[in-house]
Design a protein around this ligand. Structure first.
Ligand code: 16G
Ligand code: ZN
Length: 537
């Protein structure tokens, strides 16, 4: 294949802006928006090539930099089933983004030759963007790239990242997963939510006494904010969302899920009344955390990804039991999961837990080993996925007339819960509805949810080092394998603390090493983190 025209348009309209290399990492490309014009143009072409290698299946491209500051931007490719780009393609993305403009033609020629791609005529790419000021210009660059490659494209405008993932999956499964539109997305989620909430009424269970239908939501001034009124219009009184950081302020500035999780405090400027249930999305609405102020102690409590995971896993476990089917349910975490959560899941819920390296692709992949796999990062990114065979079994069983009503009802209920979940990727809107549905089903307030277990105090530090690649890890990042002696020094420090645990890992998104420590008191966790930081330095 020839890419002379692609190169010419690129050189003319999307010239390479600087020579600093850029890498397709765990979250795609991410940097200052002003550096990305040529990168995104080229990703349009690469997405077309990816589509050709998947027999013309539709590939998605999302323009966003998630929780990063407003002036940043980024791009991620979405594979046919709505998953993140297969990791084996990250190197192609990096190469195509970095070659000099004059070598784009030959690079693409070689790549397509190696991949056996001979035409991009039937390639299809869909895309969307978040609300950053640089996003419209970058979306135009992307469209130009897709068109220069000769592929078909469709622009979905402003969407949350998980909405685009959902749409890609719908398109490639011929609508079996849902209608491939934003309207279809909200229909699917809200219908499942309303059905699940109304089951309570249908069963004449006592009215809700503890669960309060008011939720206060910080949308990080991101793309999720504009979606809440659409959602709200479909929920009636079942959930009343009061929105702050509704898009009128600066994106992710002192607000949003990342701010709340890292700072362990509410978004700046909000007036939290003790007992109110609050949640924060990140800038592209693929993460959510909950929090509240204690009624009796006026303290701030964070319900992060671990707390959401345990709530969801506990609920699903009971439901699976009621179906009478032997479906294996598992939970996937990373080293950042609070030790108390892991203990609670193992000892109380008796659900198997797996630990994998940081990054959604690792969690998602591991979760696929279970019939029903729940995965969450402590930062609030997560979802649950169900194997096709389990889904089919549930459908068949729910229609089976020879089993008890109770059992078939449980199957039906579980199928609706699955409809409420965006299985393609962590989704703040879907996770929020899932949490709200479970809290209502249990008639719990946020304090009861929080009581399941008490987080061990913990501390995260960033350490700037000369070369972070010197640090290598093993055992899902829980142990340092290099440099020699580091792990035994960490072990020595940890041994001095009750419930002590600590690990270090090079960041995949910043030029730093991250240190995590937990222990029985905050001051002990702080001390341990500092001790370990010195070992790294
Ligand atoms: C990326 C990952 C996120 C991970 C974070 C870790 C995806 C979509 N995103 O944002 O899951 O928690 O990186 O960053 O995979 P770090 O390597 O700098 O700690
Ligand atoms: Zn995000």
């Amino acid at each position: 294949m020839e890419f002379g025209d692609v190169q010419e348009t690129g050189e003319k309209n999307f010239p390479k802006q600087d020579e600093t290399p850029i890498q397709y990492g765990t979250a795609g490309f991410r940097t200052k928006g002003s550096r990305l014009n040529h990168v995104i143009y080229r990703m349009g072409v690469l997405a077309a090539i990816r589509s050709a290698t998947k027999s013309g299946a539709t590939i998605g491209v999302m323009i966003t930099a998630s929780h990063n500051p407003e002036e940043d931007n980024g791009v991620k490719l979405v594979d046919p089933m709505g998953e993140m780009l297969g990791p084996e393609w990250e190197k192609y993305a990096t190469e195509v983004a970095n070659v000099p403009g004059s070598k784009l033609d030959v690079t693409l020629q070689e790549l397509t030759k190696n991949l056996g791609v001979t035409s991009l005529q039937s390639s299809r790419v869909v895309f969307a963007r978040d609300t950053r000021p640089s996003s419209p210009v970058l979306a135009a660059a992307l469209e130009a790239g897709i068109k220069a490659a000769g592929a078909q494209c469709q622009n979905f405008g402003l969407l949350t990242t998980p909405q685009l993932h959902y749409i890609v999956r719908c398109i490639n499964t011929n609508g079996q997963y849902g209608k491939p539109t934003e309207e279809g997305y909200f229909e699917k989620l809200s219908e499942a939510f309303v059905k699940l909430r109304n089951i309570r009424k249908a069963k004449k269970m006592k009215t809700l006494e503890v669960y309060n239908t008011c939720l206060y939501l910080d949308a990080a001034n991101g793309v999720g904010a504009g979606k809440i009124p659409i959602l709200q219009s479909k929920l009636g009184d079942l959930l009343k969302i009061s929105l702050v950081n509704d898009g009128s302020g600066k994106l992710n500035h002192e607000c949003g899920a990342d701010f709340v999780k890292v700072q362990q405090k509410p978004p700046t400027g909000v007036n939290m009344v003790p007992g109110q249930r609050w949640a924060s999305f990140d800038g592209d609405a693929d993460r959510i955390v909950y929090y509240f102020m204690g009624v009796t102690d006026n303290r701030f409590y964070l319900l992060d990804g671990d707390k959401i995971a345990t709530l969801v896993a506990g609920y699903l476990k009971d439901l699976v039991q009621e179906t009478g089917l032997s479906l294996n349910l598992g939970l996937v975490q990373t080293a950042y999961a609070n030790g108390s959560s892991t203990r609670y899941i193992t000892d109380q819920l008796k659900v198997p837990v797996a630990c994998v390296p940081t990054g959604v692709k690792h969690l998602h992949h591991k979760a696929q080993e279970f019939d029903i796999g729940v995965y969450f990062e402590a930062n609030g990114h997560g979802t649950a996925i169900v194997s096709n065979s389990s889904y089919n079994l549930l459908q068949k069983t729910s229609q089976n007339t020879s089993i008890s009503d109770h059992q078939s009802e449980a199957c039906d209920l579980l199928l609706s819960v699955i409809d409420l979940i965006n299985q393609t990727v962590g989704d703040a809107i879907s996770d929020m509805l899932l949490v709200e549905m479970i809290l209502a089903a249990q008639d719990w307030d946020v304090e009861q949810w929080n009581k399941a277990y008490t987080d061990l105090p913990n501390r995260q530090l960033k350490v700037k080092v000369k070369d972070r690649s010197v640090i290598q890890t093993t055992d899902a990042e829980r142990k340092a394998s290099s440099p020699v002696g580091l792990q035994s020094a960490i072990d020595e420090s940890v041994a001095k603390y009750t419930h002590g645990r600590s690990f270090v890992r090079p960041s995949g998104t910043e030029d730093i090493v991250r240190v995590y420590a937990e222990a029985d008191t905050q001051s002990a966790a702080d001390k341990l983190a500092n001790e370990v930081a010195v070992l790294v330095y």
